[in-house]
Write a protein that binds this ligand. Sequence first.
Ligand SMILES: [Zn+2]
Length: 65
Amino acid sequence: MRACKKCLMIYDEDVQRCLLCKSPTTENFTGFFGVINPEKSEIAKKFGEKLKIKVIKGKYALNVK
Ligand SMILES: [Zn+2]
């Protein structure tokens, strides 16, 4: 898996650029969590505020290097 360096969205191996923000993706990330219902998730809300992104349904890395 690969994670976007900017918004931390997780993608498959072959995705070199984030489909949302067009930033490059990296294999160097640690941990991830899934967002199923961004509207109702406190974690998703805090995460979005911290990164200044709109969190959508999907997987996000906890940290990228
Ligand atoms: Zn991105």
